[in-house]
Ligand binder design. Structure first.
Ligand code: PLP
Length: 225
């Protein structure tokens, strides 16, 4: 079941890349394991998946412990991170996808032992309930990170609303792409901003067509039948 799902998703990634003449090697499929146990996550790793994501600190630490025999895994924290939990997790992960406030950045600065690969989360859709920096405030936010040498802004991340039409989803992703380019153009050493974390099970093909370099996929990997 998982092998079949994985194979299909890999094929779909290749097809989306082909549509827009991109190289599939430029896409990292991040498997979101929040809904499955360590045994299932282990199965994925044995099938060759190298990037795993969790949205909760305790769950990530638990899986990392359970899968510690696999040295090659890159760990991604994708959810909202509470400041009081930063010290528990920040030196255990390879990527953090949800940087959305200066206070959080300052806490990471205080606790990190080395520069952390961060995505700034942007609330492109403008939904009240969504986390993230407003597009208008992105440049000033990134400027504020300049003196924090433990924060490396490798890219931007967004989530499209679950109920959005495909057309709206595409607009959201292309807006994030434009924002990413506009930060990248500034050639900031602490914010190379070359990456785009966007696209989940239901919209990763659109995300790839619009420039995603990291897609975060959960449900589609684990669904039955
Ligand atoms: C759960 C989650 C995903 C994966 O969503 P699916 O629809 O299950 O693929 C991706 N990104 C974030 C931030 C999530 O919380």
């Amino acid at each position: 079941m998982i092998a079949g799902n994985l194979h299909r998703i890999e094929q779909e990634i290749q097809e989306s890349c082909a549509l827009v003449s991109r190289n599939p090697q430029d896409i990292t499929m991040v498997a979101v394991t929040k809904s499955v146990d360590s045994i299932t996550a282990n199965e994925l790793v044995e099938l060759g998946v190298t990037d795993l994501a969790e949205n909760r600190v305790d769950k990530l630490l638990e899986k990392k412990q359970d899968l510690s025999h696999h040295q090659q895994i890159k760990w991604h924290l994708i959810g909202n991170l509470q400041r009081r939990k930063v010290k528990l997790i920040i030196n255990e992960i390879d990527y953090f996808h949800a940087l959305d406030s200066l206070r959080l950045a300052q806490e990471i600065q205080k606790r990190a032992a080395h520069p952390i690969n961060c995505f700034v989360e942007v609330n492109v859709s403008g939904e009240e309930s969504k986390q993230g920096i407003k597009p208008k405030e992105l440049h000033s936010f990134i400027k504020e990170l300049e003196d924090l040498d433990k924060i490396k802004v490798i890219g931007l991340m967004t989530m499209a609303p679950y109920e959005a039409s495909q057309e709206d989803v595409r607009k959201i992703f292309s807006t994030l792409k434009q924002l990413q380019e506009s930060v990248k153009e500034q050639n900031l050493q602490y914010a190379p901003c070359t990456e785009l974390s966007m696209g989940m099970s239901q919209d990763f093909k659109t995300a790839i067509e619009e420039g995603a370099t990291f897609v975060r996929i959960g449900t589609a990997l684990f669904k039955k039948g």
